[in-house]
Design a protein around this ligand. Structure first.
Ligand SMILES: [Zn+2]
Length: 294
């Protein structure tokens, strides 16, 4: 089962690569797909690729990262995104390994399907936003809208099953979420998260006059607020600032960028979200241990 899911994920990953390489910032993300749906070509010599040159990850390594014909280098983006797609499709196995969720899946099989499809869709969108923001300094609106819709689907599902939960107690922070209140109603809770993101990032944009972050970052942060709710969103924002600051200092020290250069912030928001998604509870345990509050 794991191998099967992983292989599907690899091919979905190579589809994401196609989306990114045919993307032009002025146009909608999907309109170029129809326009240029022909066969995949080498980006330098324009030769159509044969089936054995299109095997996710494998082709890249058997060809030593180069085109068979013109020997020009193939971007590392191809195997990395394919691999990321493969890993995303292993999420159902990760969810099943969480006891509270697994028993929920057992009682409500339909919960399992909606929950997994929504989260896989969210993670695949994260991959797209990461690369597109990194390459073009832009986050397409349709991706943020898609995230918000997925977040609403998860909320509807959770309120329907009266569980108010991603992970049993309604937060990726486990019992710690109780410390921060607003846990009676999932809609109010997630609205609170979205509002917080809107205010924090909105203020930063106002103060820096849009030099530090753009509207795409604002919309992404609000979308994360809709998906993760309160207080998870607060920690995602805090982590993304910390990670972004560390990366900024690294860039300055290594002289890769100067003070005036800007760095896309979307990937940091996503890193913060991933950290809370996978390690939210552990991060808080360490945090409170560090200040010896427990
Ligand atoms: Zn070539």
């Amino acid at each position: 089962m794991a191998i099967f899911l992983f292989l599907i994920g690899l091919s979905v990953g190579s589809f994401l690569n196609v989306l990114v390489f045919r993307y032009f910032p002025e146009e909608s993300l999907f309109c170029n797909l129809k326009k240029t749906h022909g066969r995949s070509k080498c980006l330098s010599c324009k030769n159509p690729l044969r089936w054995y040159e299109l095997i996710p990850v494998v082709s890249f390594f058997t060809q030593w990262g180069r085109c068979r014909r013109c020997k020009s280098k193939i971007s590392w983006q191809y195997p990395l995104v394919e691999l990321a797609g493969g890993l995303v499709f292993l999420l159902p196995l990760y969810f099943k390994s969480i006891p509270g969720l697994n028993s929920l899946f057992f009682t409500y099989p339909s919960f399992f399907w909606i929950f997994n499809v929504a989260w896989i869709a969210i993670f695949l969108t994260f991959i797209l936003i990461w690369i597109i923001d990194y390459k073009f300094y832009i986050i397409p609106d349709e991706l943020n809208i898609f995230l918000i819709i997925s977040g609403i689907v998860l909320m509807i599902e959770n309120s329907f099953y009266k569980n108010f939960s991603q992970f049993g107690d309604g937060s990726f922070l486990g019992g710690f979420s109780m410390l921060f209140g607003v846990r009676q109603n999932i809609w109010i809770n997630h609205l609170y998260g979205a509002l917080l993101a809107f205010i924090v990032i909105g203020l930063i944009i106002l103060i820096t006059r849009g030099k530090g972050m753009g509207m795409g970052d604002l919309k992404l942060a609000v979308a994360l607020g809709v998906i993760f709710g309160w207080p998870d969103t607060m920690f995602i924002l805090a982590l993304s600032f910390i990670i972004g600051a560390i990366y900024g200092v690294y860039l300055l020290i290594s002289k890769k960028k100067g003070l005036k250069d800007s760095v896309p912030f979307g990937p940091f928001l996503i890193l913060g979200a991933l950290a809370i998604f996978f390690f939210g509870y552990d991060i808080l345990v360490h945090y409170f241990n560090f200040f010896s509050l427990i």
